[in-house]
Design a protein around this ligand. Structure first.
Ligand SMILES: *Cc1c(COP(=O)(O)O)cnc(C)c1O
Length: 236
């Protein structure tokens, strides 16, 4: 046992929804414009079932094999509910085919080659794959994500690929405990997002905010938050 019960998942999901609602209220925003992705990496299928039963409509996974095994067990096919599955982890080129065939979204597109492969490999019978450009915000050079200065150009190129639908930007800012610093990182991503919208790109997804910084992300304009531990508890 990993310490979860159906009830604890449902109760935690409820408190996360209340956190999102409170953060939206504090920012003068409508909570309905903020989509909640439950990040279920290294969580058992039973926990996912509990979250789906409690109304969660979006799931995020980081590891291709683990995610596909869970989809098989739950009978998920892209576009065929009850939830949309989002790939949010580091993606290697040799794993793009499985991701293109099985997921509804890929939020971690950080280079053109990856996007081109996903577009080519997305089965023609499926709707275009929803994608976000993952942008590197923060000081360390090693983290994944396109550099902030290059992300706009990458977004314009990805938007032109036929079997992809560019939805917006995603980031995993460096961990901070100070809310002002959390907000400063989120603001960097938001500034690029709003600039791309200004130049006419039809983007609707600003994906930022995790268990520890969701309030900061919502304050800075997040339209999608990705929450793991606060919904599912500590990971195995
Ligand atoms: C694990 C993960 C999350 C969720 O993190 P928590 O701190 O558990 O909420 C969100 N986004 C990405 C990209 C992740 O890898």
């Amino acid at each position: 046992m990993t310490g979860f019960s159906d009830q604890s998942v449902a109760a935690r999901l409820h408190s996360v929804r209340e956190r999102v609602a409170a953060a939206a209220r504090a920012a003068g925003r409508d909570a309905a414009e903020i989509r909640l992705v439950g990040v279920s990496k290294r969580q058992p299928v039973a926990a996912i079932r509990a979250a789906l039963d409690a109304g969660l409509a979006d799931l995020g996974e980081n590891f291709v094999q683990e995610a596909v095994a869970k989809m098989d067990e739950l009978g998920h096919a892209p576009g065929a509910g009850p939830a949309a599955w989002h790939f949010i982890g580091a993606l290697q080129s040799n794993k793009t085919a499985a991701v293109a065939a099985r997921f509804d979204w890929v939020q971690s597109v950080d280079r053109l080659k990856l996007a081109e492969r996903l577009s080519r490999q997305r089965p023609a019978a499926l709707a275009p794959l929803n994608v976000c450009i993952q942008v590197h915000v923060g000081a360390e050079a090693s983290k994944s994500g396109a550099p902030l200065a290059a992300a706009g150009d990458l977004a314009r190129r990805v938007a032109a690929l036929p079997q992809l639908r560019l939805r917006g930007l995603m980031a995993v800012p460096p961990p901070e405990t100070d809310p002002a610093r959390q907000r400063a990182w989120c603001r960097q991503l938001a500034a690029l997002y709003f600039a791309l919208q200004q130049e006419g790109m039809a983007l609707d997804t600003l994906s930022m905010g995790m268990s520890d910084d969701l309030e900061a992300a919502v304050a800075e304009g997040a339209t999608m938050v990705r929450i793991g531990t606060a919904i599912f508890g500590p990971r195995a």
